[in-house]
Design a protein around this ligand. Structure first.
Ligand SMILES: Cc1cc2nc3c(=O)[nH]c(=O)nc-3n(C[C@H](O)[C@H](O)[C@H](O)COP(=O)(O)OP(=O)(O)OC[C@H]3O[C@@H](n4cnc5c(N)ncnc54)[C@H](O)[C@@H]3O)c2cc1C
Length: 347
């Protein structure tokens, strides 16, 4: 007997499934494609919002929870799945920021290490090879990253070892609601029964809830990224210059992201954007001009107002819950939001 059906097997669905199972519920995860192959695969895996001082208290609260619990969570995933999700505390350097005062105040409030680095020589010591145009930075040594495709594989492995049931290539077409109460879902033309249903459908969450009154404001926001094939150690930390960032992976690859495009559910990439990302990457770190772009892709973020996810019981339908709309920060916010929705569902 299934206690709770989860719609959507991205990171948010998988983390929610893990938390609900820990609380003693029998969970069934339904995914229309393959687990974790949408936004959760496409992202950069930075374990911090970009410019975190620009976000609301709610986002900072979830990010702070993620920051505290990710080291242990990464170890648990590794132990449960045998796959190393490559949690690396590499630090993040925010270049030429004009928000030093705001950043320092935010760091004090959330007990994050953050210092101001003044002068080209000093930031070159932190990251040799930076473009000469940068002469100050905000250094956050405790910012970490996870490697998304490995994180997803590890999360999937953890579902297997925790005996959490999931089914792929099962698309939920409709919620089964009787007299204002959820009774399950209709998927692949079949009825699946449960008294509780959690919508964790990422960018598609509003589509699933469209026939009802409470529809969260969640829109797909495309992000394109490229990866360079580099040597280990070339780049030491995450570099952020306004809206473009570089992420060094353990094997020397360097990711550059990302665009913000409002183009519906279209996931296509364009040569123009590829050249733009290449240009931004070499403006930050000129040595990247010598490297090959190995891959170029796009993902659909679950965009929401101010990036605040909806983590709540549905106001109209008993037994229906939502954990969606994590926008640019689903990896760092996901741990906290999975714990929160599990508390709401089992309270
Ligand atoms: C380019 C890019 C860079 C990013 N960088 C970062 C970063 O550095 N740090 C960070 O924290 N976050 C980052 N993000 C954001 C993060 O990836 C997302 O917030 C997060 O992955 C959202 O997870 P999700 O599970 O809600 O969505 P998804 O991973 O998209 O999963 C939703 C799942 O639901 C399934 N689904 C939808 N409808 C149905 C249905 N009807 N029936 C069954 N299944 C359904 C979909 O197939 C999908 O697999 C980035 C995102 C992008 C695109």
């Amino acid at each position: 007997m299934t206690d709770c059906i989860i719609i959507g097997g991205g990171l948010i669905g998988m983390l929610s499934a893990r938390e609900l199972k820990k609380s003693g519920l029998n969970v069934l995860l339904l995914e229309k494609g393959e687990l974790g192959k949408e936004s959760s695969w496409a992202g950069g895996g930075i374990l911090s919002p970009l410019h975190p001082w620009r976000y609301s208290h709610e986002v900072s609260q979830l990010a702070s929870e993620g920051h505290r619990h990710y080291p242990q969570f990464a170890q648990e995933l590794y132990a449960e799945s045998g796959i190393d999700p490559e949690y690396i505390r590499c630090g993040m350097l925010v270049l030429n920021s004009e928000q030093q005062k705001e950043a320092l105040a935010w760091a004090r409030e959330w007990s994050m290490n953050l210092s101001i680095i003044e002068g080209g020589n000093k930031i070159q010591t932190l990251q040799p090879g930076l473009a000469a145009s940068f002469d100050n930075g905000l250094w956050m040594p405790d910012v970490a990253q996870m490697r998304n495709p490995r994180l997803i594989k590890a999360a999937r492995g953890s579902l297997d070892t925790q005996n959490i049931e999931y089914k792929e290539h099962v698309q939920v077409e409709k919620l089964n609601v009787v007299n204002g109460k959820i009774k399950g879902v209709i998927a692949n033309g079949k009825t699946w029964q449960a008294d509780k249903v959690l919508v964790a459908g990422g960018a598609w969450s509003a589509e699933i809830l469209k026939p009802y009154l409470q529809v969260p404001d969640i829109q797909p926001v495309k992000g394109q990224m490229v990866v360079f094939k580099g040597q280990p150690g070339l780049l030491k930390c995450i570099l952020l210059a306004e809206n473009r960032y570089l992420i060094p992976r353990k094997d020397g690859r360097v990711l550059c992201g990302s665009t913000i495009e409002h183009s519906g559910f279209d996931k296509s990439t364009s040569e123009e954007v590829k050249q733009d990302l290449l240009h931004s990457a070499t403006e930050i770190f000129p040595a990247l001009a010598q490297l090959q772009i190995e891959h170029h892709w796009a993902g659909l973020r679950p965009g929401s107002p101010q990036g605040v996810p909806t983590i709540a019981a549905h106001s109209e339908i008993e037994g229906l819950y939502i954990n969606a709309g994590h926008y640019r920060n689903g990896v760092i916010l996901g741990l906290g939001s999975a714990r929160r929705i599990a508390e709401i569902i089992t309270q």
